[in-house]
Design a protein around this ligand. Structure first.
Ligand code: NDP
Ligand code: GUE
Length: 297
């Protein structure tokens, strides 16, 4: 059996198109474009690539993109002052501070300074709390994108066994909460989990968010499982390569023979993250303008 390849890139493109149509309607009713501010501190090359693709996607969807690039030695005071200015700026609906931040900056303090109503990453404790108790807020983009891929593939998730590997605040934990809200039976595995292969083997749904190249092997999977690979890992360059290949947390080539469906890396979850960011920004814009958020956004 060869698993179906879940085409996140194509799904993300159709989501971006839908967001673009709603963004045009927003502009017509609000008299301004929805706006996303992205703050990048330092020159991390991977972060620069992400920030550039966010900017392009934002503009392509008919929204304003405000980019703020700050030097690596920016003080916390200056960064907090910029966030305060963006919180107060009526042209800015969403604020994203690219992580990781340089070591001298306190990420928790910076995230806490973002207005929860502009926190389109869903990282603020207020939005994490809203998700935990079932109130509407902003849900982190990567887990929400994973849910969209899962429901498109599986429909109703009620009663399915889901195993999330990883418990970070930005991926694993919110992912588990969304699966629970969708009535799956959820297990969260992490670095202290005993016998991870046998935990994963009972799963109808596996979400791997670890950050270890090709860690999840084919013989850990139940036949027919749906596998969502969040990991983005750059392998060391092979002979003759300038850059190493990008791989996920799952051994794709092996898993393909056992899984029912699987997301590739690249072209799976990554593009969904950016499309959902645009979606969250437009939702923020409707709410900030006191307009009804349209159905289906
Ligand atoms: N596609 C996308 O859009 C995005 C991709 N990513 C990628 O997803 C991956 C995870 O990101 P993130 O959640 O931020 O990472 P973190 O490093 O914050 O969390 C990793 C988690 O994996 C667990 N873990 C580490 N080693 C093992 C192991 N050997 N067995 C089981 N669990 C283990 C850790 O456990 P413990 O808590 O015990 O330490 C931790 O909970 C990364 O590759 C990242 O690049 C992230 C965000 C967006
Ligand atoms: N405040 C904040 N919010 C984030 O959402 C955030 C962040 N910080 N820091 C870093 C992580 C990582 N992340 C990705 C986004 C897109 C791809 C993506 O589009 N990947 C392409 C490949 C890109 C490539 O070729 O390098 C793919 O998987 O097909 C990957 C990873 C968002 N993150």
């Amino acid at each position: 059996m060869t698993a179906e390849r879940i085409n996140g890139k194509a799904f993300a493109a159709s989501l971006r198109e839908r967001v673009g149509e709603h963004a045009a309607q927003f502009e017509a009713s609000a008299g301004r474009r929805a706006g996303l501010a992205v703050v990048l501190v330092g020159e991390d090359p991977a972060s620069q690539v992400y920030v550039r693709s966010k900017h392009k996607a934002t503009v392509a969807a008919g929204m304003e993109s405000f980019e703020h690039r700050l030097p690596a030695d920016t003080s916390e005071e200056d960064l907090l002052a910029l966030v305060a200015q963006l919180n107060a700026d009526e042209a800015v609906d969403g604020i994203l501070v690219q992580l990781p931040l340089p070591g001298h900056l306190d990420e928790q303090a910076v995230i806490a300074s973002i207005s929860p109503d502009k926190d389109v990453d869903g990282f603020h404790v207020t939005n994490a709390g809203r998700l935990a108790v079932g109130q509407s807020g902003f849900v982190p983009c990567t887990p929400l994108g994973c849910m969209m891929l899962l429901t498109e593939r599986l429909g109703d998730l009620s009663g399915l066994e889901a195993v999330v590997i990883g418990r970070s605040n930005i991926v694993g934990k919110p992912m588990a909460q969304l699966l629970l809200d969708a009535n799956a039976t959820v297990t969260i595995a992490h670095s202290r989990t005993k016998d991870l292969p046998s935990v994963v083997r009972r799963a109808d749904i596996v979400v791997a968010a670890v950050g270890r190249a090709e860690m999840v092997k084919a013989d850990w999977l139940k036949e027919g499982a749906t596998v969502i690979d969040v990991g983005i890992n750059r392998l060391p360059p092979a002979e003759g390569e300038e850059k190493g290949r990008l791989v996920g947390d799952v051994d794709y080539a092996g898993a393909e023979g056992v899984a029912g469906a699987i997301t590739p890396v690249p072209g799976g979850v990554g593009p969904m993250t950016i499309a959902v960011l645009l979606r969250n920004t437009l939702v923020a814009a409707y709410r900030n303008a006191d307009l009804q958020v349209p159905d289906g956004l």
